[in-house]
Design a protein around this ligand. Structure first.
Ligand code: PMP
Ligand code: GLN
Length: 386
């Protein structure tokens, strides 16, 4: 194995899901729903499979899906992208992030990201031979995560190539505020850096969030320097489909496509028309989905609090993080490895998503994208901890 990949072992998600299977624990680790997405979408996929949509689709994705991605961004964010040239379909957001970094970064270029960061970011940056410059998010007095603006400014420099911004943010559930986004935008322009935004949780911002989801690309001066990424997995409860996309100015999208064609060439022919159907669902699908998840967030936040955790209530995403100190926990990795034995629940230590391990040492992440009865069972097991 090449040196640049040696620091990367098995992903924490695979490790923890395997642990759940082995121990029969309730798996609140890896973020995947335990119910299927919209029936219209599933029917369209079945029809496409039976209808002969089983050969290589066009490289940038089928026209119907690119058109649906464009219409969706116009509908929800008033962002206009040309389906022919400004949108590329990818194998999930994961491939879009990897291809964006590989397309834009020379070896030694620096990529700024907020830690804790989604685990594929560090590996994609390493594959490109680039260098990550993390800016740390820490629990603030208001129970939300924040970063020090001076630390963000200090992370920028002559080698900064791009900022990789995930909002709504996994694992913290943070939704970056307009003021925070404005600072990111200002610095990108001052240092002539690109932005790559991972917005896979764009529809999962709860009604009590401090601000709605604002795409960085919608800020003045940002559209021309931003690759905006999202995917179907979270919004339509189909994480196993791996249909994602990147939108941006044609110069950036064609760079991504150049890389993508040699990573996967094309992907998921019969799933693409189905995701196009899903994207066109009426607004009440999206709000209903969000409301359902918000109820389950409240259920899990309440349950974890009762079980003795110090909970950091999320504004969005599938996840809630909690500090384990009050339960006598000192190290999240040890805590999560022992948790199935102790009480039959699996969680993910967020420490593995930090370079500054101490900043996340006592934080663990639980997902609430599960049926209410599963959450009830998990909470009753977790109460045994005290
Ligand atoms: N980015 C973030 C922040 C995620 O949480 C995930 C997991 N859904 C992904 C990217 C990967 O998305 P996909 O499955 O579409 O590749
Ligand atoms: N995005 C999901 C999570 O954070 C799943 C990630 C994965 O399995 N690679 O749990």
């Amino acid at each position: 194995l090449v040196a640049r990949m040696r620091p990367f072992g098995t992903t924490i998600f695979a490790e923890m899901s395997a642990l759940a299977v082995r121990t029969g624990a309730v798996n609140l680790g890896q973020g995947f729903p335990d119910t299927d997405g919209p029936p219209e979408m599933l029917a369209a996929a079945a029809e496409a499979l039976r209808g002969g949509h089983n050969q290589y689709p066009p490289g940038p994705g089928i026209p119907a899906l690119r058109a649906a991605v464009a219409a969706h961004q116009r509908r929800f964010h008033d962002l206009a992208y040309d389906p022919d040239g400004e949108i590329v379909i990818t194998a999930g957001a994961t491939e879009a992030v990897a291809a964006s970094i590989l397309a834009l970064c020379e070896p030694g270029d620096e990529v700024i990201c907020f830690e804790p960061y989604y685990d594929s970011y560090a590996a994609s940056i390493a594959l490109a031979g680039a260098v990550r410059r993390p800016v740390t998010l820490r629990p603030a007095a208001n129970g939300r995560y924040a970063f020090d603006p001076a630390a963000l400014r200090a992370a920028f420099g002559p080698r900064t190539r791009l900022v990789l911004l995930n909002s709504p943010h996994n694992p913290t559930g943070k939704v970056f505020t307009p003021a925070e986004l404005a600072l990111v935008a200002e610095l990108c322009q001052e240092f002539d850096a690109y932005a790559v935004t991972d917005e896979v949780y764009e529809h999962l911002v709860f009604t009590d969030a401090a601000s709605p989801h604002v795409p960085l690309a919608s800020l003045p001066g940002m559209r021309e320097r931003t690759l905006r990424i999202s995917s179907a997995g979270k919004t339509f409860s189909c994480t196993g489909w791996k249909v994602g996309w990147a939108s941006g100015p044609s110069t950036l999208v064609s760079a991504v496509l150049r890389v993508k064609q040699f990573l996967t060439f094309v992907n998921a022919a019969p799933l693409q028309p189905a995701v196009a159907v899903a994207l066109a669902l009426p607004d009440d699908y999206y709000t209903g989905f969000r409301d359902g998840l918000q109820q389950r967030r409240d259920q899990l936040v309440g349950g974890l609090t009762d079980a003795g955790f110090d909970v950091l209530a999320p504004e969005g995403t599938y996840f809630v993080t909690a500090d384990i100190t009050a339960l006598g926990g000192r190290d999240g990795v040890e805590f999560c490895r022992a948790l199935p034995e102790r009480c039959g629940v699996v969680a993910v230590p967020t420490q593995v998503f930090y370079d500054d391990v101490d900043a996340g040492r006592r934080l663990v992440r639980f997902t609430f994208c599960k049926r209410p009865e599963v959450l009830t069972e998990a909470v009753s097991r977790l109460r045994a901890l005290t």
